[in-house]
Ligand binder design. Structure first.
Ligand code: ZEM
Length: 290
């Protein structure tokens, strides 16, 4: 080697403006690729960021968004992750254009971008996640099973370090998107506006009469009036359990409170187990649609 050439490999240190460029690229793709589901990849991007994060186990410090181990077959193939390949593929051109960002940061940044671009609250973002190899894949069964009830929800979310209020605030994400028979086996959206962040999920939980859907698929509920909306057994646990229901009542009445609590709890979810450097600053991305 040439004398003096060792150690001069150029390391690109991204600035907040560089991260905003990635944000803008994702926002532009969301706008452009509107021929998916209800007109937006936003919901499935939020689900990707949630499933990357929700494997966290506070006892062992394993799982969480640091690693992006869903890229590998064992974890990508878990039943809970069915369909998320469409979200990962949506982000590939962004990764190709900005190769300096890790998949782990990209997936979380995309979740933040999707929430903000779907008119949700501002979600602060800190970069610093590093991709791990296949050995860091988490075992199957860490994400919630929709066919279960309140005890299961507590087992799963307490393992990540959340309390009852936070479980209910996180569940408001089901204002977004839909179930697909080809993915989870369930079918249909939770709200009439599945590409906009609102507190409609809580309002509908309380205002509608929910009855079991008569079909050959897994047990789910439908609204008696239009039969076009759905709730999962785990969604109904939020109104049948008294400790959960007090927060459903609050968020149904007060969208501003929901936005504030949702922003805080989503940031906590997205940062579970991430070893940020002490100097890492919070980034507040500017939405493109205001
Ligand atoms: Zn969901 N979720 N989720 N969720 N979720 C689905 C879809 C979406 C549960 C669940 O089993 C399911 C959280 C919590 C919980 C989103 C975000 C968040 C689907 C449908 C199921 C079955 C998948 C399909 O068929 O495509 C359960 C049991 C949960 C426990 C409380 C949390 C927390 C979320 C984010 C903070 C989103 C955005 C979707 C819609 C995805 C899409 O493709 O439209």
């Amino acid at each position: 080697p040439l004398a003096g050439s060792a150690g001069v490999t150029k390391v690109f240190t991204p600035t907040q403006e560089d991260y905003q460029k990635v944000y803008n690229e994702i926002a532009a793709r969301l706008e452009e690729k509107d021929d998916y589901d209800d007109g937006s990849y936003g919901p499935v991007l939020v689900r990707l960021a949630w499933h990357a994060s929700g494997t966290y186990d506070k006892e062992t410090g394993t799982g969480g968004s640091n690693g992006a181990t869903m890229r590998f077959a064992p974890e990508g193939g878990h039943g809970a992750n069915a369909g998320l390949v469409s979200a990962r593929d949506f982000l590939e051109p962004v990764k190709a254009k900005y190769p300096w960002i890790s998949y782990s940061d990209l997936w979380i940044l995309a979740g933040v971008c999707a929430i903000q671009e779907m008119q949700g609250p501002i979600i602060s973002f800190r970069p610093g996640r590093a991709d791990k190899d296949i050995a860091a894949c988490t075992p199957d069964g860490r994400l919630p099973d929709a066919s279960q009830g309140n005890k299961h929800l507590r087992d799963i979310f307490y393992r990540m370090g959340f309390n009852d209020q936070e479980i209910v605030a996180l569940s408001g994400a089901h204002a977004l998107g839909r179930c697909h028979t080809t993915r989870s086996g369930f079918e249909g959206p939770w709200t009439f506006s599945p590409t906009v962040v609102t507190n409609e999920y809580y309002k509908l939980l309380l205002s509608e009469t929910w009855q079991w859907k008569k079909w050959n698929g897994p047990k789910q509920l439908e609204d008696k009036k239009t039969k076009s909306l759905m709730m999962l057994p785990t969604d109904m646990a939020l109104v049948s359990d008294k400790s959960f229901k007090q927060y459903v009542d609050k968020y149904a009445k007060d969208e501003e409170l929901f936005f504030k609590d949702f922003s805080a709890v989503v940031t906590k979810l997205f940062e579970l187990g991430v070893p940020f450097a002490e100097t890492t600053e919070k980034i507040i991305f500017k939405p493109t649609n205001v």
